[in-house]
Design a protein. Structure first.
Lengths: 261, 261
């Protein structure tokens, strides 16, 4: 199986975690279709909250859905990371020049990057050496208006195609769901956590079950260095993210802890 | 639903990604059962490669399997992260003093932390402020010998119960599957990636399918600072890991990139 490509034009791989039917990925394609040859490889249904999960116990399928001009759409039965790994292995005879994930329906700011399938795919690109960007819009509406995302999407793609990204780094770009944006802030992930709240119900057979709910608890809402602050104040947030989870400043602390019996 | 607990003894939450039947989690319980009240909440079947995935589209079940003395076993139909979130919300009236994940059948060194359900659970503990440790043995054998893990498991649990861990940091402890260990090395995650290799087959109906295979490509096998080096040379590796994925040193680089049109 081969995707169309040309030595002269950038090869751009696109995936998402909302699935191939989601509006966000189709809007993303339309925004950048003139920038290169586009291959979309997306899950066959929503995979929100899939993080960097991959399929180890089930075989994967890869199906060409549509091909017109310089754009191909494939679907898989896998996770966003599966989409990246499988397409890199099966579809291309060269590395894509750029990997895009999204545009996600819903923000992936703060600690949400840890759970996000959108960012799982971007981190996967980063691990295997492809400049990668995850895009998320701050609205879960399936029919959300993505039009105001166009400028930052095109600007970031052009800049990253031209300059690349530092090794082991990808970009997490969140866009507020408001028409008039104040600008861009390059920032860090806000500290916080999702409250563990479950909606506890009893099924018709008298057994307990639990639906995940909850909300994000921002531990530093006033801190202007954070992505949450930027988004709450009408800015696009860009967080450079790393796939190296080593807590470097703490290495001496832990060495000291284990130096004594 | 309530788990047994006492104000006087540490409360220790244990989960894993190999499922509640796996030998590794039962061996872990035996190694530390005198250190506190133990509540095991584990998936009902293997969840390897689940990373920090959580269940957003299916309701969760939580079932008491066994309770004797100071030890309770629960199973869920969720991921390792679901086990942590759901049990924190439903089982306890106080925060556990320690979260342990494992002992995994198979190593989780280098970039494998990104995909590991074992470490997904440990990172979840870390996000919500519980001192957390993931343990992995370098053998996938379901009947692996875990006896030589006992010393490092008890030492690390005692030290972390006594001293806690720095904020937003958990420990990724890998133990080689060899009887005579040389010692402990506190180190960083080795740079590398898993090769994308898929075993491509044709099903009885003539359609393609793909099994994930591949091996880890270590980009710095001679570097003594890395966990891969430690494990290859007979040492236990301890990597302090953070749930903050911001690439701090690159913030100015990306600010510069977006400062110019």
């Amino acid at each position: 199986m081969e995707a169309p490509m040309s030595e002269k034009r950038p090869l751009i791989l696109i995936t998402n975690d909302d699935g191939i039917e989601a509006k966000g990925v189709h809007e993303l394609v339309k925004m950048i279709e003139d920038l290169g040859d586009i291959v979309v490889v997306a899950p066959d249904s929503p995979r929100s909250g899939q993080s960097s999960a991959l399929s180890v116990g089930i075989p994967l399928r890869l199906t060409l859905v549509e091909h017109h001009g310089n754009i191909s759409f494939y679907r898989t039965n896998g996770t966003p990371v599966d989409c990246v790994k499988l397409s890199i292995n099966q579809l291309f005879d060269r590395r894509p020049d750029l990997l895009l994930s999204g545009i996600n329906h819903g923000s992936n700011s703060g600690v949400s990057i840890v759970y996000s399938g959108t960012m799982g795919a971007a981190l996967e690109g980063c691990i295997i050496g492809i400049p990668s960007i995850g895009f998320s819009l701050g609205s879960h509406d399936p029919n959300a208006d993505f039009s105001h995302c166009r400028e930052i999407v095109r600007e970031s793609c052009r800049k990253v195609l031209e300059n690349g990204l530092p090794r082991s780094v990808c970009l997490n770009i969140n866009i507020p769901a408001i028409p008039h944006l104040k600008g861009i802030r390059v920032c860090r992930q806000a500290q916080g956590y999702w409250t563990e709240e479950y909606d506890h119900r009893i099924d018709p057979h008298g057994k307990d079950y639990y639906w995940l709910t909850g909300h994000f608890m921002n531990l530093e809402p006033e801190n202007e260095e954070t992505d949450e602050w930027a988004l709450a104040h009408g800015y696009i947030s860009i967080v450079p993210c790393t796939c190296d989870q080593t807590a470097y400043p703490e290495i001496p602390v832990i060495q000291e802890l284990f130096a004594t019996k």
